[in-house]
Design a protein around this ligand. Sequence first.
Ligand SMILES: C[S@@+](CC[C@H](N)C(=O)[O-])C[C@H]1O[C@@H](n2cnc3c(N)ncnc32)[C@H](O)[C@@H]1O
Length: 86
Amino acid sequence: MYHKKIKITTIDEVMDARDMKYKNNCFDLVIDKSTLDSFLCGEHSFINVAIYLKEVQRILKVGGIFIIISYGKPDNRLNHLVCFNI
Ligand SMILES: C[S@@+](CC[C@H](N)C(=O)[O-])C[C@H]1O[C@@H](n2cnc3c(N)ncnc32)[C@H](O)[C@@H]1O
């Protein structure tokens, strides 16, 4: 079995996920727990999801990991990610 020790530092800040104040390529890991679901339930859902995912892609380092915890089936979520090669 392969074990790799990692140190996780979490950040607790409030901001619009479509316009985050972070610099480019600064996170190894982004976890979404139903934020994508929330956008998809609102008005202008597809455009908001696109803006949000572009922001996630911008702040993630190359090779970074994006974990989505969603109530939606993969078939209803993955199509949004494919557009951004995520
Ligand atoms: C279904 S709740 C999930 C909350 C939390 N992640 C959890 O699992 O308990 C969706 C969350 O997305 C947040 N949200 C909606 N639009 C947002 C936006 N533009 N920027 C940041 N968060 C947003 C809502 O405030 C809400 O807290």
